[in-house]
Design a protein around this ligand. Structure first.
Ligand code: ARG
Length: 463
């Protein structure tokens, strides 16, 4: 068993079960490269402020680089007796460089070290998530451009409501993912704060230069209060909130793909590479991928709730409860990144059954509102128009027909205001293209939305 760095005050060995219970190495070893990078910066700062000598600093840095290579190559031995990644690296450093290694932890505590590592990890992951979301948004815009002439029944209450363009529907998700990106970008600002130098909780008596460390690690600011810095996990809660909201969006899109690919809808077919079969029913092609995205949404919500509950009522400053933060964060990051990637690859390959969508649009009286609006433009008050069209719907339904399938005499029997031009009003294309207000489903409005989106994405790529 390795000797623990804190064993000085102890007379009894740690119980094995306690060792296993308190160890977090299985989870936090993924922070190793950040831990090493943070330690190198800390070490440089200690040398610059003459708290340690240049010689000590260079041998520590050399040793840390050796350890990085060992872990990179899978040659590093992990053991629960050394609790976490910080103690593993420190213990190995002592083996490699001897006495000088013991200087590294000067003016630092694991309390500020761990939160530094998590902040460095998360800002990298947020960048990856933002890039992934940008790619997904490009995919959605391309999809919208490709299918600009495909018509879909728009739904409310999952009942056919009014015809819309499929592109308009998919651009709704573009908007959701744009807001997600903004939320992650915002969370990044509060993640990108350098906590090192807060030490255990009160700061340190050594003449450290926190701003120098921040510059070395590319942090735009240093934390303002040492107690807050070691006990703040708001940035994780904020990230998990944003991740949960984003997963809501993925789950809604998933649900639609699941419904649309059912025989009942038959609007889309999932690409073979993104579907699975049944082990017993040979005819089946199952939407397991969107189903799992829908299911994993629950896991991310769980991660958020776990994190909120871990932090609730915790007295200041650091408490060991907070070690549980990383499992929640890593789980949500992994799930979200997978979903972003999978959707980015699946959406362009969806097989679109435009005839089925159009058929569904032409039945179910989706043009009833338009007929009422028509009567209003001819001078009838809306309430009266509503009831007049209601009667026409009952009449047509009785004949197993749609409004646009009634002949002009039949239509006129509901109001003398109705003339031949009613048929244009009831046609799907016209219904769509008349809704040309900003943000509406008319082809020209959707084209505008696509152009705006492309411009934004271009600007983002240039930045
Ligand atoms: N493994 C610990 C964590 O993740 C590191 C900090 C430990 N600090 C302490 N005072 N025991 O939170």
């Amino acid at each position: 068993m390795s000797k623990k760095p804190w064993s000085g005050r102890f007379t009894e060995r740690t119980n094995k079960i306690v060792e296993n219970f308190t160890a977090s190495i299985d989870v936090d070893k993924r922070l190793y490269s950040y831990d090493i990078e943070g330690s190198i910066a800390h070490c440089r700062m200690l040398a610059k402020t003459a708290i340690i000598s240049e010689d000590e600093a260079s041998s520590i840095i050399e040793g840390l680089n050796v350890i990085k290579r060992e872990i990179d190559r899978g040659e590093f031995h992990f053991d629960n007796s050394l609790e976490d990644i910080h103690m593993h690296i420190e213990a190995r450093l002592v083996q490699i460089v001897g006495k000088a290694a013991q200087m590294l932890h000067t003016a630092r505590s694991r309390n500020d070290q761990v939160v530094l590592d998590v902040r460095m990890y998360l800002r990298d992951e947020i960048h990856k998530i933002l890039n992934g979301l940008a790619e997904l948004k490009i995919v959605l815009v391309d999809f919208a451009k490709t299918y600009l002439d495909v018509v879909l029944p728009g739904y409310t209450h999952l009942q056919r409501a009014q015809p819309v363009l499929l592109s308009h529907h998919m651009m709704a998700y573009y908007e959701m993912f744009s807001r997600d990106s903004e939320r992650f970008g915002d969370c990044l600002k509060r993640t990108n704060v350098m906590p090192l130098g807060s030490a255990a909780l009160a700061g340190t008596t050594y003449p450290i230069d926190r701003e120098y460390t921040a510059r070395l690690l590319d942090f735009p600011e240093v934390s303002a209060n040492s107690i807050d810095a070691v006990s703040d996990r708001d940035f994780i809660m904020e990230f998990l909130s944003a991740a949960s909201i984003s997963m809501v969006h993925f789950s809604r899109m998933s649900e639609e793909f699941i419904l649309w690919s059912s025989s009942e809808f038959g609007f889309i077919e999932l690409p073979d590479a993104f579907a699975t079969g049944s082990s017993i029913m040979p005819q089946k092609k199952n939407p397991d991928v969107p189903e799992l995205v829908r299911g994993k949404t629950g896991r991310v919500f769980g991660d958020l709730l776990a994190m909120l509950t871990i932090m609730k009522s915790l007295p200041l400053a650091y408490n060991r409860d907070m070690q549980e933060d990383k499992a929640t964060l890593f789980s949500a990051v992994d799930i979200l990144k997978d979903c972003i990637e999978i959707f980015g690859k699946m959406v362009p390959k969806l097989i679109i059954n435009r005839d089925a969508m159009l058929r569904a649009t032409s039945t179910g009286f989706l043009n009833a509102t338009d007929m009422a609006d028509y009567l209003v433009t001819k001078g009838m008050p809306f309430r009266q128009a509503h009831s007049c069209v209601g009667q026409a719907v009952v009449f047509a339904a009785g004949k197993n027909q749609e409004l646009h399938e009634l002949n002009i005499e039949e239509l006129k029997s509901f109001s003398s205001l109705i003339q031949e031009d009613i048929f244009d009003i009831l046609a799907v294309d016209q219904m769509i293209n008349r809704r040309n207000s900003i943000g509406g489903t008319a082809k020209e409005s959707v084209r505008d939305a696509i152009n705006k989106a492309e411009k934004k994405l271009d600007e983002m790529i240039k930045d």
